[in-house]
Design a protein around this ligand. Structure first.
Ligand code: NAI
Length: 480
């Protein structure tokens, strides 16, 4: 704590470098800057206490400072142990008008290379406001903050935190430990916190899945806006963002030539489409695996072979998972991979790869090459290279998506925060999407910034295709 500001970051002296990159990023984030201008006299988030859990990058710093400029108070942590950019975290704490000696920014609890207990400690700190108040808004990516509030409330009602099963993932054991300690200290902490939250806005596919499961079970404690399924989020960030940041992660992690190599991409959803395109762009021979015939057919039409991992794992020079599903690459698959083949995941959680199984493999030997790059040597002498310990490699090995695409995603985040905070009574404990008109607004700002010029519909034409001259231009079920 310095003055009133509590925080936990790697090194505040990195703030100057962070601030320079934030300044460059602001120019590349026209959506966020337009929202700052639009609301410069209105402060729609005045009174909002936003607890945010989302990769603490340079782009996120611009998001945080946009929320602040709209009147919000903010506390932040990262949603992944490897994704924080320490200079961005430092600059966010120092703030545009502070110094490392006298920071005046936002409490951030995030550094690159957290342990799992540190990660959940940081998540707890981000949700713990000074003076005993809780947040009244949550901004989540993957749903970990929302999970802690819901599980905490559930166990407080039951009066007990269940014991972990022996084969539970390590992370779940840490969560249970965190909640057990909090229950012992205060038996209604999470219940009170959950009651104070007006809503959550969720960034990614995996977090939205958790929210819809909770809503279906009638367990959701507050309304949620699914930001991921704004078209200007998932059809841009998940696809074009990945097209940029996947090979960035592979290159920074390994510097191996991608051209000519056989790359397997598991999953051909939005992320898979971007992943396959980025690898093909480098000249890789890309093979796609899918479980969904529609996405499988799309992959085939786009010119990729569609095969099963069981069949092709022995030919692959790299395997990248993009499914958001679990157990996609088993340890048996890993054992069959070629010598020094690369294995990486770019879906939200590390359970796409059986990392625990790999660590338990009889006779396995791990050599750390550098941070977030490990060579795992099998007893027969052949090895595979695993990026970011199976966690999303674009943020672990590189710096995630670039600013321009994140400006689309984060504009939707800001609009969703304003919507849920200012019109809370219009929302039930369900999962909502933003109206298409706002999606089109976000797209328009970014197309303008690229110098694109739209054709204007005539009134006659608009009537003929049954839309308004000013949009929205598509029906809700249009798929883009
Ligand atoms: P999506 O639902 O559009 O695509 C996932 C695809 O995987 C689907 O087509 C599904 O049929 C397929 N799939 C499921 N199980 C499979 C299996 N066992 N084998 C092969 N294919 C399988 O989801 P989206 O939006 O592409 O997101 C995927 C993951 O990436 C999610 O966890 C999401 O949260 C994460 N994500 C990560 C980002 C990053 O920066 N690293 C950015 C955006 C999303």
């Amino acid at each position: 704590t310095v003055g009133d500001l509590d925080f936990a970051v790697a090194d505040l002296s990195l703030a100057e470098f962070g601030r320079k990159e934030i300044r460059l990023a602001e120019h590349e984030m026209p959506g966020l800057m337009a929202l700052r201008r639009e609301y410069s006299e209105v402060y729609p988030l005045r009174g909002a206490r936003v607890s945010g859990s989302l990769h603490m990058t340079v782009q996120t710093a611009v998001l945080i400072e946009t929320l602040v400029s709209l009147g919000a108070e903010v506390r932040w942590c990262s949603c992944n142990i490897f994704s924080t950019q320490d200079h961005a975290a430092a600059a966010t704490v120092v703030g545009p008008h502070g110094t490392p000696e006298e920071p005046k920014g936002v409490p951030v609890f995030a550094w690159k290379g957290e342990t799992l207990p540190e990660y959940w400690w940081a998540t707890e700190q981000m949700l713990t406001w000074p003076g005993g108040e809780g947040p009244n808004m949550i901004l989540d990516d993957g749903g970990d903050a929302t999970l802690l509030v819901h599980k905490g409330t559930e166990y407080e009602k039951a009066g007990v935190v269940p014991s972990a099963e022996a084969d539970d993932p390590d992370e779940w054991k840490v969560i249970l430990e965190t909640l057990r300690a909090s229950l012992a200290a205060d038996s209604s902490r999470w219940t009170r916190l959950g009651e104070g939250v007006k809503g959550v806005t969720e960034e990614t596919t995996t977090g939205v899945l958790r929210l819809t499961q909770m809503a279906a079970a009638g367990e959701l404690l507050f309304p949620a806006i699914n930001v991921n399924d704004s078209v200007t989020k998932s059809k841009f960030d998940n696809r074009y963002g990945i097209r940029h940041s996947l090979i960035d992660g592979i290159n920074r992690g390994t510097d191996v030539l991608i051209g000519g190599k056989v790359a397997v991409v598991a999953g051909y959803g939005d992320v898979g489409k971007g992943a396959a395109e980025s690898l093909r762009g480098q000249g890789a021979r890309v093979i796609v695996t899918e479980i969904d015939p529609i996405c499988g057919l799309q992959a085939a039409m786009d010119g990729y072979q569609v095969r099963t991992l069981d069949d092709v794992v022995g030919e692959a020079d790299m395997v990248i998972t993009t499914t958001g599903n679990k157990d996609v690459v088993t340890v048996e698959h890993m054992a069959k991979m070629k010598h020094q083949a690369i294995l990486g995941n770019i879906g939200h959680f590390d359970n796409e790869l059986d990392m625990a199984g790999l660590a338990r493999y009889p006779g396995i030997h791990r050599i750390n090459i550098k941070p977030q790059v490990d060579e795992w040597v099998f007893p027969d002498g052949h090895s595979i290279i695993v990026l970011s310990e199976g966690r999303l490699l674009n943020l672990g090995n590189a710096t995630g998506h670039p600013s321009f695409v994140m400006s689309n995603s984060f504009s939707n985040q800001v609009i969703a925060q304003i919507e849920l905070f200012t019109k809370n009574e219009e929302y039930d404990k369900e999962v909502y999407r933003l109206p298409k008109k706002l999606d089109e607004k976000v797209a328009r700002i970014h197309l303008d910034a690229l110098g694109g010029e739209l054709t204007k519909l005539s009134k006659d034409q608009a009537e003929y295709i049954d839309v308004d001259v000013d949009g929205p231009y598509k029906s809700d079920h249009y798929r883009y």
